[in-house]
Design a protein around this ligand. Structure first.
Ligand SMILES: CSC[C@@H](O)[C@@H](O)C(=O)COP(=O)(O)O
Ligand SMILES: [Zn+2]
Length: 213
């Protein structure tokens, strides 16, 4: 599949903007986190996406920040850049959901909440207005956000994604690691990511309140 230069430039510019925005919140500590947007047409067996290169300081902008990869996570153009170590997880989410953008961040609250509910394998949230950010409009909606184990081998995690995805919930948490949030495009993926982080902080603080802490 050939990607037009202008599609690639648009994708890189979009990633640059979102990266700066999330970095300003401190959501990429110690080079953690990765971002991707899909480019060109989508076929579950063959697609391309732009992704952050591995191990870089995501709070600074450089010409080496992004590259294009295919559905196998292999660079589609000659480059010395290495795609994110977690590219296979992005790939699997695109394949299964047809999403347009996927954002992964490590935060204190997504780590704390993942540990609190890790054994339960999902984080319950009930009756919080921001659930509507996922286009769930029922009054007093109750949702579950899936939590997967954080294996050292990324292919082992990627293999669990299919069974973990809950259709109306655009995100998966890795235990003591971070969240992957996605959407039809960057605007939606960012809205979902912000909603997840709000809900994690809310649930965590409620837990402390209920314990009288
Ligand atoms: C430096 S800790 C974070 C990494 O281990 C990883 O989880 C991460 O999110 C960033 O990896 P990267 O390869 O830069 O995309
Ligand atoms: Zn990570």
């Amino acid at each position: 599949m050939s990607i037009l230069l202008e599609e690639k430039q648009r994708a890189f510019a979009e990633l640059r903007d979102i990266k700066a925005n999330l970095a300003a919140r401190g959501w990429f500590p110690a080079t953690s986190g990765n971002l991707s947007v899909r480019v060109g047409s989508f076929d579950p067996e063959q697609f391309t996406f732009a992704i952050t290169s591995s191990g870089r300081d995501k709070s600074v902008q450089t010409p080496e920040d992004f590259l294009l990869v295919n559905e196998k996570g292999v660079a589609t153009e000659a480059t010395s850049l290495k795609p994110s170590a977690e590219t296979l997880i992005h790939s699997e989410i695109y394949r299964l959901t047809g999403a347009g953008a996927i954002f992964h961040v490590h935060t204190i609250f997504n780590n704390l909440i993942s540990e609190l509910y890790g054994e339960r394998k999902s984080i319950p949230v009930k009756g919080v207005e921001l659930i509507k950010a996922f286009n769930i409009w029922e009054e007093d909606a109750q949702i579950e956000i899936p939590v997967l184990p954080n294996y050292a081998e990324i292919p082992r995690i990627a293999a669990l994604v299919e069974d973990a995805i809950i259709p109306r919930i655009p995100g998966i948490v890795l235990r003591n690691h971070g969240i992957y949030a996605w959407g039809a495009n960057s605007f939606e993926a960012k809205r979902h990511l912000e909603a997840f982080e709000f809900l994690f902080e809310y649930v965590y603080r409620s837990h402390l309140l209920n314990k009288g802490l």
